[in-house]
Design a protein around this ligand. Structure first.
Ligand SMILES: Cc1cc2nc3c(=O)[nH]c(=O)nc-3n(C[C@H](O)[C@H](O)[C@H](O)COP(=O)(O)O)c2cc1C
Length: 157
């Protein structure tokens, strides 16, 4: 059996991409422990499509905060998929990762509102990284990826 994780990310400066890559590495690290094959599809937010979301068994959104809300590209992703996914992707497990300079709370609020309207099911509370990326932050997001993979394998999500 194969399950697919879609990682949609936006990153101008590379920090959010680093987090998305560590999360993907966490998913891959669990491959020896799981009975199923888990593939990770990584999509820059501007290239993500409704088909990508419909094909996914779990969705990760990794976005910076820009001007007090999600990055513009992340919003474009939602605009792109909105109508086609509505009522077609209810119950999709999803995870939010936010990278911010000083805050991040409004991005969390905004993305959660949209995900709720789509009927997606939050996997773990949003992972927020404020300021410089630390080894701890990379470990946290790696662990999150591994936990996501194990949960898919165990049928928990
Ligand atoms: C145009 C712009 C607007 C930003 N606005 C905010 C903001 O409103 N709140 C905040 O906490 N950080 C803000 N930041 C900081 C970014 O969230 C932070 O630098 C983040 O690490 C960028 O991620 P990236 O390296 O993946 O592009 C802003 C950065 C830029 C470039």
């Amino acid at each position: 059996m194969t399950r697919q994780v879609l990682v949609v990310y936006q990153s101008r400066g590379g920090a959010t991409l680093q987090l998305a890559q560590s999360l993907s590495a966490g998913i891959a690290s669990a491959s020896d422990l799981v009975d199923i094959e888990i593939t990770t599809v990584k999509r820059p937010a501007l290239l993500g499509t409704a088909r990508d979301v419909m094909n996914a068994d779990a969705l990760v959104i990794a976005t910076p905060e820009h001007f007090g809300s999600m990055a513009g590209a992340t919003k474009v992703f939602f605009e792109e998929i909105w109508d086609d996914c509505l009522d077609q992707t209810r119950g999709l497990p999803w995870q939010l990762v936010v990278k911010a300079g000083t805050d991040g709370s409004q991005t969390i609020e905004g993305v959660q509102k949209l995900a709720k309207a789509q009927g997606w099911k939050q996997f773990r509370p949003p992972l927020l990284v404020v300021g410089e990326i630390t080894e701890n932050a990379l470990n946290d997001v790696f662990e999150l990826g591994a936990t996501l993979a194990l949960s898919l394998d165990n049928g928990l999500i």
